[in-house]
Design a binder for this molecule. Structure first.
Ligand SMILES: O=C(O)C(=O)C[C@]1(C(=O)O)C=C[C@@H](O)C=C1
Length: 384
């Protein structure tokens, strides 16, 4: 067979693969309806185990190794579960409409832009993008009704919590209605002809600079230029057309601005992942069929053991904590507001009781939202 013919056969096989994936998605969405009517949870890891074992056996017979099958299957299952969760949540809260207006940091090509696409493509036919220059502007866009949702990065595996966003949450009336994680692969990007050895200026968002701090220590005589977003950094580098001025951002984003990759994998942590939250004016309820998280803030006062007492309440109700963060309270030096993420649905009896008790023993408690957990732990096959 000639090269062109083989390539044509590959393209047609890929097309069939895509058609099958689309068909599988449709079936998964039908499963979601069947499960709701039978009061069953969306995730069924026993079924996933059985499927995976069977696929690995079938793969072996076709000469496809188990690791390859497992990797592909994990991606497919994650998509299947997230599609089902989005559908169920949309039906329950009546929110999945033809279009949504979403405020996020930066413009096309920023990390928040890709996260917005990832999250809302499952929920609306059309995304009306409202790129903003600051976290404050993003929150205001929703508060004033110019946007339906805001997408905000809240923590990152390399740089930790994003304090500015935590502080905004303390003072907003918006509710957290969703979360998602997104891998962040930082690259150095320059115009055609740029060379790493000649770089004099690096343009990037302060969070990006923090996530790549170790790599940047290795670049000598380089000026750091803090930008509002990765897309703002791309725009600047493209406009200046100077091969000694480069940006840090995602490869796909840089490509939108005609920039080329000079170096990859710049983050301090190999697994560099950001968690984003989605906020809206109205809270949502989370279907029982979906694992939920609840976020609340509390001020315990400074008496000895106050935080321990509060955390014991969670323990007594069998509620697991996903995250605990503290931030200063403006105007009250050395006093701290605690942010708590728990694996629980606000509608659960245990959660309701725990909040009542926390209300009694702390000085202030406020629920920031209850939302579906998008942590889809991959199912592993038990050997044997
Ligand atoms: O079979 C189911 O119960 C499904 O929801 C479908 C499916 C899948 O995509 O194969 C997805 C999620 C479950 O955890 C198990 C399997």
């Amino acid at each position: 067979m000639e090269l062109d013919d083989i390539r044509q056969a590959i393209s047609s096989t890929d097309q069939q693969l895509l058609q099958l994936l689309a068909k599988r998605r449709e079936l998964a969405l039908a499963v979601a309806d069947a499960k709701l009517s039978q009061n069953k949870p969306i995730r069924d890891q026993q079924r996933e185990q059985e499927l995976l074992v069977s696929l690995i056996t079938q793969g072996k017979a076709l000469g496809i190794d188990a690791q390859y099958v497992t990797r592909i299957y994990h991606v497919i299952i994650e998509d299947s579960v997230l599609q089902q969760q989005a559908k169920v949540q949309g039906q329950l809260n009546g929110v999945n409409g033809p279009s949504v207006r979403v405020a996020f940091l930066g413009g096309q090509g920023s990390y928040s832009y890709w996260a917005t696409q990832k999250y809302f493509t499952r929920r609306a036919e059309r995304i009306i993008e409202l790129g903003c220059d600051s976290f404050n502007e993003i929150v205001q866009a929703v508060e004033t009704g110019h946007a339906d949702y805001a997408l905000l990065p809240i923590e990152n595996t390399s740089s930790g919590s994003i304090n500015e966003v935590f502080d905004l949450l303390q003072h907003t009336r918006l509710s957290i209605v969703g979360e998602l994680t997104h891998p962040i692969a930082h690259c150095l990007l320059g115009i055609a002809g740029a060379e790493l050895s000649k770089v004099r200026q690096v343009c990037a968002h302060p969070q990006v600079i923090a996530q790549c701090s170790q790599y940047l220590l290795g670049l000598s005589n380089v000026k750091i230029d803090y930008c509002d977003s990765s897309s703002a950094a791309f725009t600047k580098v493209k406009a200046l057309q100077d091969p000694t001025i480069i940006a840090i951002g995602g490869e796909e984003g840089g490509q939108l601005y005609g920039l080329e990759v000079l170096a990859r994998d710049l983050a301090n942590q190999k697994d560099n992942v950001s968690r984003f939250i989605v906020v809206a004016r109205k809270p949502v309820v989370v279907a029982k069929a979906i694992p939920a998280k609840t976020t609340f803030i509390m001020y315990t006062g400074q008496q000895p053991g106050a935080l321990v007492e509060a955390l014991l309440v969670l323990k007594q109700h069998g509620i697991s904590m996903a995250k605990l963060e503290s931030r200063p309270i403006p105007g009250n030096p050395w006093e701290e507001m605690f942010y708590v993420d728990v694996f629980a649905n606000l509608a659960d009896y245990a959660m309701t009781r725990a909040l009542e008790e926390l209300n009694n023993i702390t000085k202030f408690v406020k629920v920031l939202g209850c939302y579906p957990s998008e942590d889809i732990e991959p199912t592993q096959v038990i050997a044997g």
